[in-house]
Design a protein around this ligand. Structure first.
Ligand SMILES: C[S@@+](CC[C@H](N)C(=O)[O-])C[C@H]1O[C@@H](n2cnc3c(N)ncnc32)[C@H](O)[C@@H]1O
Length: 347
């Protein structure tokens, strides 16, 4: 394997806590590792990508939830992890196995045993990822799927250094590298789902307005049959676009009530930034700052598909000209320093 040592040098896979992983995971953690909206996105991605009718599935680094929707009718689901009680609580597993991948990256399975190998919210703990990915390739059937899903949450003392130091785009590239360098896979593809509002009943809802983002990198083992079912590019479902009458109706409502045409929440008076080349032709506009506005939420997906990961758009309304315009933002707090008063615009 040709591992570039400038990126993956001797410290890349060190962790703050180098003690035996079995000790760290001996304590049961029968809690969700992601918020409920993010978990739903994980279930969706898996069910869209698993096209086999009765696949043999290996859930690597498994715990009590394998995120498999009822629509995934697996012939078998093997859970490999470090905590026996957590695996015992997982209703989808047909067999369970305690195996430390950092101590021994060799998977105890015959060649071509599985159609799907998934690894959810755990790839950041692998200290020998290239060997593990090569092993995953070996135990997959030709055309089988390796799906790696992750978010931004982690046990930081157990995550490897290269992961902790990377940003979100960097982490996608790191997992693509694991696939490419291990070899034997088709070109890895990525999926991003971010910017959804955090469910109101989530324990972190008052601190973090957005749900945990979901990133996936996936690839098939090379050599699959030409006539097998194609895996679709995973999609997040959105409502159909409005027709011209609906657009006109919503614009009229905004004019009358100064509410957002997308979410119906009141618009906020916002001062445009000053500067010699600013293209603002008036000092004040109105902007929708609702983080749950479908325009803003969907914008993260649209921007990611256009290669602008980590961006979305707010909708701005120019009252005097009666015009709307999207303004790009790279976080929920962008533009907020221009809010004129915390109070909402008067109709
Ligand atoms: C954040 S949890 C994610 C669990 C599960 N995949 C999920 O989506 O809920 C991380 C899991 O990785 C497993 N794990 C961590 N280090 C491991 C290792 N060295 N070998 C095998 N599994 C490991 C632990 O047992 C733990 O359940």
């Amino acid at each position: 394997m040709d591992i570039p040592t400038d990126i993956y040098g001797p410290d890349a896979f060190r962790r703050e806590d180098e003690a035996d992983d079995r000790e760290f995971y001996a304590r049961d953690r029968l809690v969700p590792h992601l918020d409920s909206r993010a978990r739903a996105a994980v279930r969706d991605v898996i069910s869209q990508l698993v096209v086999e009718e009765s696949p043999d599935v290996l859930d690597l680094m498994a715990s009590w939830d394998s995120h498999l929707a009822d629509s995934v009718r697996a012939a078998s689901v093997v859970g490999l992890g470090l905590n026996a009680n957590e695996l015992d609580q997982n209703p989808r597993l047909t067999s369970r196995l305690i195996h430390d991948l950092n101590a021994d990256p060799v998977l105890p399975f015959d060649d071509a045993t599985f159609d799907v190998v998934q690894n959810v919210a755990s790839v950041d703990y692998l200290t020998r990822p290239f060997e593990v990915f090569a092993e995953v390739n070996r135990v997959l059937r030709p055309g089988g799927l390796h799906l790696v899903v992750f978010s931004t949450r982690m046990f930081p003392t157990k995550a490897v250094q290269v992961w902790r130091e990377a940003g979100e785009r960097g982490r996608l590239i790191i997992v693509e590298d694991f696939f490419r360098i291990a070899g034997g896979f088709e070109r890895p593809r990525t999926f991003v789902c971010q910017g959804r509002p955090r469910p109101a009943d989530d324990p972190y809802a008052d601190r973090e307005p957005l749900a945990d983002p979901i990133y996936a990198v996936y690839a098939e083992k090379s050599g699959g049959r030409e006539d097998r079912t194609e895996r679709p590019e995973p999609r997040v479902e959105w409502p159909a676009p409005w027709d011209a009458d609906e657009v006109a109706r919503r614009a009229a409502l905004t004019r009358e009530t100064m509410t957002c045409p997308h979410c119906g929440e009141p618009l906020t008076a916002w001062e445009a930034p000053d500067g010699p080349f600013a293209e603002w032709d008036r000092a004040q506009y109105h902007v929708c700052f609702n983080d749950g506005c479908p325009f803003f939420v969907r914008g993260w997906d649209v921007a990611a598909r256009q290669g602008n990961l980590g961006y979305s758009c707010r909708i701005l309304y120019d009252r005097e000209r009666d015009r709307f315009r999207p303004i790009p933002v790279n976080g929920v707090n962008s533009l907020k320093c221009g809010i004129v008063t915390p109070s909402v615009a008067t109709p």
